[in-house]
Design a protein. Structure first.
Length: 424
């Protein structure tokens, strides 16, 4: 088929959104002829990669707004408005491309966001929308723990989401898309309330085979008398690292030979450092800051368990990478990590109240520290789960089934019989 793929974020060798866009392109190009519309500022990285590893099935179309129309966009400030305007321009570009060389299918890959409008649904071809996320929310009982910045973020996020859900283009996209892929159960429920009839749950997170093989090389158990806990992610309020610190402090009193490493940086760092001092564990907690991706993966081999207490996250790259490294993951039973982690591969705790979460996270750490054989068993099962369900190659085969069903116009119920995605 001739596929048009819209990937605002798309870069090789990156994580997060750019990796999602890039890997969906790579997988679609395994089977079809693909035209990709992406931002012009991704061009240098893409062309540097293609000079060594060409992708003959892919035509790259770079597009950005004129400079006069984007003067307000500085880093992450103004990004949502810029993205919405970019989507309008991308639609008119797609329309011209379709007139010259008609497509069989359109696929919106990034941003992974359900409440910001896109316009590819106006093309006279079936549309695959997603995976899209953003339907996850921090439980209200946790808001009082947030900084003022965190409270403002959550309020504005919910306001933006509510306004997005009444946007006619958002609703039309969901109702007319041939297939809607949701990153989590929470997002799937919100999409169905918008009137989407063809919704499947499909994580946007995957790992390439070379990274799976690299992470597989770590031994399941470290040779060390110190139990090492690791967290990876931006130091922002909804990652829940304050909960992780309090849980570690409770755990450390029972296991003095333990330490906690946090990889990442962000606006909450000073607040977290003060919390570590107040809890009396500053000597056992290391804030390592931002690290290159290769170093982050190496840190997974130097820990015993990944603590990932995020309150809302549609993806969860760190938890997937830890599973591939054979490290059990402790997380909340919500969002993307809850889709990845099973009772056979890690420990999920309910997100009822902060005190309950802190207590349950600490008990989970005690359980894993007390049982090395059980920890190794969980790690081995985690690796197997990543290989079976979260390698990009296996996700690409699932996506091709979605494409075929979308073109044939199969119903959501019939699609479920064809591909169950990540329900096992």
């Amino acid at each position: 088929m001739k596929v048009l793929l819209s990937a605002y974020a798309c870069e090789p060798g990156r994580g997060s959104e750019p990796a999602v866009g890039w890997n969906w392109v790579c997988q679609a190009a395994r089977f079809h002829q693909v035209s990709v519309i992406t931002r012009a500022n991704n061009r240098a990285q893409i062309e540097a990669f293609l000079s060594e590893e060409p992708m003959p099935n892919v035509q790259w179309v770079y597009f950005d707004l004129p400079r006069w129309a984007s003067f307000w966009k500085k880093g992450h400030h103004g990004i949502h408005l810029y993205y919405c305007l970019w989507q309008i321009g991308a639609y008119f570009l797609a329309k011209r491309l379709h007139r010259r060389r008609p497509f069989d299918l359109a696929h919106h890959a990034t941003f992974v966001n359900y409440w910001l409008p896109i316009y590819l649904v106006l093309l006279p071809v079936p549309l695959v929308w997603g995976p899209v996320g953003g339907g996850e929310s921090a439980p209200p009982g946790f808001w009082h723990r947030c900084s003022l910045r965190g409270k403002a973020y959550e309020f504005l996020r919910q306001l933006g989401r509510s306004l997005g859900e009444i946007n006619p283009f958002v609703r039309r996209t969901g109702q007319e898309a041939a297939s809607v892929l949701a990153t989590t159960d929470e997002t799937a429920k919100r999409l169905r309330r918008l009137g989407c009839k063809r919704v499947q749950v499909c994580s946007q997170v995957g790992l390439p085979q070379n990274e799976i093989e690299r992470l597989k090389s770590f031994p399941l158990l470290r040779e060390s008398n110190t139990f090492r806990v690791l967290s990876v992610g931006s130091l922002i309020h909804f990652k829940g690292f304050d909960l992780g610190l309090e849980a570690f402090a409770n755990f450390q009193r029972r296991f003095p030979r333990s330490e906690y490493r946090l990889v990442g940086d962000g606006p909450e760092r000073k607040r977290l450092e003060r919390l570590a001092r107040r809890l009396g564990v500053a000597g056992q907690v290391m804030f390592l800051g931002e690290l290159p991706r290769g170093e982050v993966l190496a840190k997974l081999g130097e820990c015993d368990v990944l603590l990932h207490p995020t309150l809302h996250d549609s993806g969860g790259w760190a938890s997937l990478e830890a599973m591939a490294a054979g490290r059990p993951v402790i997380c909340l039973d919500c969002g993307g990590p809850a889709l990845q982690v099973t009772p056979e591969t890690g420990i999920k705790v309910a997100g009822i109240s902060p005190s309950q979460v802190i207590s349950d996270l600490a008990e989970a750490l005690v359980r894993l520290a007390s049982d090395p054989k059980g920890r190794a068993r969980l790690g081995a099962m985690a690796r197997a789960r990543v290989r079976e369900h979260f390698s990009w190659d296996s996700k690409g085969e699932d996506l091709m089934a979605v494409y075929s069903e979308a073109v044939r116009g199969t119903t959501a119920e019939e699609c479920q019989d064809t591909y169950g995605f990540l329900r096992s």
